[in-house]
Design a protein around this ligand. Structure first.
Ligand code: ZN
Length: 468
């Protein structure tokens, strides 16, 4: 397919002010998030907060004060960190072409040194170089914010268990792993795009699905063990009870592991992993085992198994795939717009002899075809409003699933233990008890504690009525 025929296949958006619209969307998104956070701030600041009925006798005033103080501190921190992120994003939007020119020169220079002869990267390799440079800059710029979050904010409330050397080691690991995980698929994606312009959406969709499955296995085998130590559970009673529970529910349990979540934070949790129709691994944080009784841990796992029983993971996977394919179709419609790239100072000249070169004395970048990754970045910024709506929808769906999984645990006769475990989790995690409605709709994938406790009571009485 020739360059001009590609252009003819693309939706004509020659008059669409891409850059202005993206600037507008980014600022509007920021203001919306700040408004949501302000509502929560106002609620936490108000004096008329009391321990809700469902928590009476279980959480004392002191805990409530502390959890509100933590919520307030996080809220203020987010105000500053999101303003910094906004500035970085807007600056980056203005500098795509300069960043591109730098990454191409650095990449060419490094590769020429390694190969000991002059080397010019292909457009696809330049995409990868641009990705690595922008990722590295973002990570470095975010480092002070992340440092503050761990060593000042989380430290103040006793959550941070990380040493400074562990923090820096983690940051380096994340940078290397992130760049490696991103670069390889990006390069292959670029090749697919070049070879299969006809059925681009289908091929890329297949590719991303394959990638997600690979990443899933890699995450279990390579990535998670880089950060956590997995040890087989050394508690016979707990192990027996979990095995009995799995048998009762028909859950295909393969192994049970404990991870040292306490090395980094004292927030606690448990989860299971494994692809649909395959054996599953249960992973429990050491903090959960330490803070809860054996029956409470088993009740939490009863809830987790409920997610599996009701196919929540598969449903999420299907929604994600539909979402992804829709995004890809939209991307296909806008990606090959010369105007979109021109707005960000990219000049596309198919006759240019070198794949990419900077124009002397300007911050314009000259490329001989569409720079795929830049297109992806611009597109993702354009999609912010739909992302926002998707976020609301997914949270709604996720909450519905949480209620269903709680109900499943109640049917297993573990309602009371689950309630105790949830209260304990709330106390150890200092989760905010007072939550504004819009704030919780936007940020929370789980119903707040009181809503869950009330629902569990309702399910329990329904269950009792049935068995009478
Ligand atoms: Zn859940």
């Amino acid at each position: 397919m020739s360059f001009s025929s590609i252009l003819n296949n693309t939706t004509d958006l020659t008059n669409f002010p891409f850059k202005k619209v993206i600037f507008g969307i980014t600022c509007a998104n920021f203001l919306f998030e700040r408004y949501v956070a302000y509502r929560q701030y106002k609620l936490l600041k108000s004096d008329n907060k009391k321990v809700p009925q469902a928590l009476k006798g279980k959480v004392d005033e002191e805990k409530l004060v502390k959890s509100d103080a933590y919520g307030l501190a996080k809220n203020k921190f987010k105000m500053v960190s999101s303003s910094i992120s906004l500035c970085i994003n807007l600056a980056k939007l203005n500098m795509y072409s300069s960043l591109w020119n730098y990454s191409v020169s650095i990449g060419n220079c490094i590769l020429s040194t390694i190969m000991r002869k002059p080397f010019v990267m292909s457009l696809n390799a330049s995409n990868v170089a641009f990705f690595i440079l922008s990722q590295t800059i973002s990570t470095l710029l975010n480092l002070p914010v992340s440092y503050y979050q761990h060593f000042v904010l989380e430290e103040e409330f006793g959550f941070n268990k990380m040493t400074k050397s562990l923090f820096f080691m983690d940051s380096i690991k994340i940078l290397i792993v992130g760049n490696a995980i991103g670069s390889i698929p990006l390069y292959i994606l670029g090749l697919v795009l070049k070879k299969c312009t006809e059925n681009f959406v289908f091929y890329i969709w297949m590719f991303i699905m394959g990638l997600q499955i690979t990443l899933f296995f890699l995450s279990d085998l390579v990535i998670q063990p880089l950060f956590y130590t997995f040890t087989p559970l050394n508690n016979k009673e707990l192990e027996d009870k979990i095995n009995a529970l799995a048998k009762e529910c028909g859950f295909p349990l393969s192994e049970i592991y404990m991870i040292d979540g306490s090395k980094r934070s004292s927030h606690s949790n448990a989860y299971f992993s494994g692809l649909p129709f395959m054996k599953k691994k249960i992973v429990i944080f050491d903090t959960l085992i330490k803070d809860s009784s054996i029956d409470e841990v088993v009740a939490v796992l009863g809830h987790e198994i409920g997610h599996w029983k009701m196919n929540h993971i598969s449903q999420m996977l299907i929604i994600n795939q539909v979402h992804l394919s829709t995004l890809l179709m939209l991307f296909d419609m806008v990606f090959k717009n010369v105007k979109m790239f021109a707005d960000f100072n990219f000049i596309i000249d198919p006759l240019s002899k070198v794949p990419t070169s900077s124009l002397p004395g300007s911050n314009y970048a000259l490329v001989n075809d569409f720079p795929f990754f830049v297109g992806l970045l611009v597109f993702s910024q354009l999609m912010q409003p739909t992302d926002l709506l998707m976020n609301f929808g997914m949270n709604l769906f996720s909450r519905h699933n949480e209620y269903q999984a709680d109900n499943y645990a109640v049917k297993l006769g573990k309602g009371e233990d689950l309630k105790k475990a949830l209260i304990q989790l709330q106390i150890t995690n200092l989760s905010t008890i007072s939550v504004d409605k819009l704030f919780s709709m936007y940020h929370y994938t789980h119903p707040v504690l009181c809503e869950r406790l009330e629902a569990i009571d309702k399910y329990t009485s329904e269950q009792e009525k049935k068995s009478e």
